[in-house]
Structures are given as structure tokens and as C-alpha cells.
Design a protein around this ligand. Structure first.
Ligand SMILES: [Zn+2]
Length: 110
């Protein structure tokens, strides 16, 4: 399991099952739930940088789906509690045994 094996450098990937898992930082990937404010200096710089990340996320997801991968995206803030880990475990379990390919799944909010 080497991150460089899968397109877009997912945080975890299962090459043989074509499953890619991304844990997106709430600030860096513009999480709508957390809506983190930008630093007060260099706002242009930060907003461009984060916008580029968001566009790259969409591009990577599209490319992976085109290649038949199943893409799971989890927000950083969804990894704070034990109950979150259980939710993620269930989601992974469903994904591993799913016959479906080429989809994106975002871990839902509570
Ligand atoms: Zn968040």
C-alpha cells in the first residue's frame, strides 16, 4: 500500500479493490461544515491556494472515477470521536463488499 500507486495521492488506497480514501483537512479543502476563516493577512494568497485545492480535489475524484475507482472522502472534523471511527468502519465495510464501482462517497454528517 503505497500512496504513490494511486492517482491523486489518496491518504489510503487499496489498489486491487480500486478504493481510494481521502481525509480532507477542513481548512485546506474548504469544508462547508467548519467554514474556517482565512488568515487576516494575505487573503488573496490563501483564497487562491484553497480554491486550487478544491479544484484539484474535484479533478482527482473525476479521474479516479473514470478509471473505475471508488472514492471515499472524509473530512478531518469527522475524525474526532470514537463514534466517527465506527461510522467510517461501517462505510469501508460497505464499500469493500459493494459490487458497485466508480463512485464517490462523502461520509455524511450526523
Ligand atoms: Zn470540517
Amino acid at each position: 500500500m503505497h500512496p504513490q500507486d494511486a492517482f491523486g495521492n489518496p491518504d489510503f488506497s487499496f489498489q486491487d479493490m480500486k478504493i481510494a480514501i481521502f481525509v480532507d483537512g477542513c481548512f485546506w479543502h474548504a469544508c462547508p461544515h467548519c467554514n474556517r476563516p482565512l488568515p487576516e493577512t494575505n487573503i488573496d494568497y490563501w483564497s487562491r491556494k484553497i480554491q486550487r485545492n478544491v479544484e484539484r480535489d474535484k479533478f482527482v475524484t473525476r479521474e479516479l472515477i473514470n478509471k473505475g475507482w471508488r472514492v471515499i472522502r472524509i473530512w478531518e472534523h469527522q475524525l474526532k470521536q470514537r463514534s466517527d471511527l465506527q461510522k467510517i468502519g461501517e462505510l469501508l465495510n460497505r464499500t469493500f463488499y459493494s459490487q458497485e464501482t466508480a463512485f464517490e462517497f462523502q461520509l455524511p454528517e450526523d
